[in-house]
Design a binder for this molecule. Sequence first.
Ligand code: ATP
Ligand code: MG
Length: 249
Amino acid sequence: MSAAAPQGAPEHPPLLDVEDVHGYYGLAHVLQGVSLSVRPGELVALLGRNGAGKTTTVKAVMGMVAVRAGQIRFSGHDFVGLPTERVAQLGVGYVPEDRRMFPGMTVRENFRLAALGARVRKAEQQAAQDRALQVFPQLTDHLDRVASRLSGGQQQMVAVGRALICGRKLLLVDEVTQGLAPNIATEMGRTLRRVADEGRGVLLVEQNSQMALELADRVYVLDQGVVVASGEAAQIRSDPTWLEQFLTL
Ligand SMILES: Nc1ncnc2c1ncn2[C@@H]1O[C@H](COP(=O)(O)OP(=O)(O)OP(=O)(O)O)[C@@H](O)[C@H]1O
Ligand SMILES: [Mg+2]
């Protein structure tokens, strides 16, 4: 546990490698040199106080923030400057903070639009939807319901399901448990752990740091646009005061 580069499982090269990224909203220099990595099969938690830059980091990977210095590499591709659509097509799924979907459309239509956005070929769209339903079988009976009529937990399943359709290799998940009942949040966390165990990389932004710590392999803590600490989750779990120093005001 240190502010130095993390020592992840060395057997896999990183799927996502963010190196010294500087990100801007207009003139506001928000990311001031963020470095992190995610390997296949890893669930990596990105923690930090409000305004630390977690969402901006995820958006930088998705091509939604101006990156003026640093590198973002994903599976052999250089992401800096790539449009969001291309990032999705290369196998990255994104669950945004605001649970963005098409509320007036059915679950099935939401999945189909996610597949179209990621340019999943027509012949493969059913299989892509089936994969999302394998992860969330609860949605099978709701495919023809309008998304806005579903419960909060089910809507989050649709949001993650959409990301699973694009994210063949990597999921970026921003505060997916916010507003959910504790048991539903726990279930969602376990599901994301399984998704990682089956081989995808997962980068999880989470307000509930205890839950994140239980689920994660590794943890990064952001503050004011830089990674101030990182480490193996198992080690951090054994020292309850470690996270507090970074997360309390
Ligand atoms: N569209 C924007 N334009 C200008 N500044 C922004 C914009 N979005 C966020 N910021 C600023 O960038 C900084 C990082 O914000 P960000 O949303 O990445 O934080 P966060 O760690 O996700 O916080 P939270 O836990 O509240 O979601 C904050 O100072 C915020 O005010
Ligand atoms: Mg945020």
